[in-house]
Design a protein around this ligand. Structure first.
Ligand code: SAM
Length: 287
């Protein structure tokens, strides 16, 4: 396990995933019923963009930092809310000297959206990041941090007692069989909890991404993609998020947000929102 999310925090892939995550959480918590959230590959929880790892790549410069510097006029509501969540996390560390310094990982974004009575389990396998994650939520009884394999946790925790759930599966894709593992874990989880909302992040590098999308076809996920248009060898330049059973009107929010984000990130950047069900799931059925 070499992957450390600290190198990539706040990059274009995080922007796509986290804008979508914030919107999913907002829609799923709008209803007055308890929600269970599982983050199978949670990372460290929060990142210092001025720290060693993030500075070595500078990836947030062409990601969240570019968006944070954009004028607010005409900004889609989902982006505005995402940036507000990012800024709220940054402020926990005091007034920033210049620009954005601390970036929330998915567990922090989930935590910010939880209501009393909601339940959240975050799994992280890497010992250093798992320790950081435990420290991030030390004393916070709303968050259960496990240093554990997220796929095993997914097996064990489905179906949640709440019968409403959001599962984020965001693996590092270091292992050659990651797509297969993800698909197996998803199918297993869906046999036990078919109405849950599942958000699956994936890199778009070669035909493996296309096969993955093909393998999901019967589930009719909404697919969000962001492509930097740079195609640099060895560097991730495009990624997607497949959302199975998205809540009602999630697609609308993403159709408004993603083209705007792409235009702000650069002239060669493009975004797409595809797939989904012709008749969107009504709020009650989305977990
Ligand atoms: N979800 C995080 C976010 O959005 O802020 C980023 C997660 S990062 C892409 C993937 C993480 O999964 C890494 O921190 C890695 O150590 C961890 N990981 C790798 N294999 C795992 C496994 N089987 N179970 C749980 N975590 C794993």
């Amino acid at each position: 396990m070499n992957y450390r999310h600290g190198y990539h925090a706040g990059n274009f892939a995080d922007v796509l995933k986290h804008v979508a995550l914030c919107e999913l959480l907002r829609l799923l918590t709008a209803k007055d019923k308890k929600l269970f959230v599982l983050d199978t590959h949670a990372g460290a929880g929060g990142y210092d963009l001025a720290g060693d790892l993030a500075r070595r790549t500078g990836e947030s410069e062409s990601g969240v930092r570019r968006l944070a510097a954009a004028p607010r006029a005409g900004m889609p509501a989902a982006v505005m809310r995402y940036l507000a969540a990012v800024a709220a996390y940054d402020r926990r560390f005091g007034p920033a000297a210049e620009g954005l310094r601390r970036y929330p990982g998915s567990p922090r974004l989930v935590r910010a959206a939880l209501r009393p009575g909601d339940r959240f389990v975050a799994c992280e396998l890497h010992p250093v990041d798992a320790l950081a994650l435990k420290r991030e939520f030390a004393g916070d009884r709303a968050v259960e941090v496990r240093q554990a394999d997220g796929y095993n946790a997914l097996k064990a925790l489905m179906p949640p007692v709440e019968r409403r759930g959001l599962v984020l599966i965001d693996p590092p894709f270091e292992a050659p069989d990651e797509f297969e593992r993800l698909l197996r874990a998803l199918r297993h989880a869906m046999r036990r909890f078919a109405t849950g909302c599942y958000a699956l992040w994936y890199p778009i590098k070669d035909e493996a991404a296309q096969s993955f999308v093909g393998a999901l076809a019967d589930l009719e996920p909404l697919r969000l993609t962001l492509d930097l248009g740079s195609g640099e060898a060895g560097r991730l330049s495009a990624c997607g998020l497949a959302v199975v059973n998205p809540p009602w009107r999630f697609d609308e929010a993403m159709r408004a947000a993603l083209p705007w984000i792409a235009a702000r990130l650069g002239p060669r950047v493009s975004a797409a929102v595809d797939g989904g069900r012709a008749t969107p799931a009504v709020p009650a059925s989305s977990g």
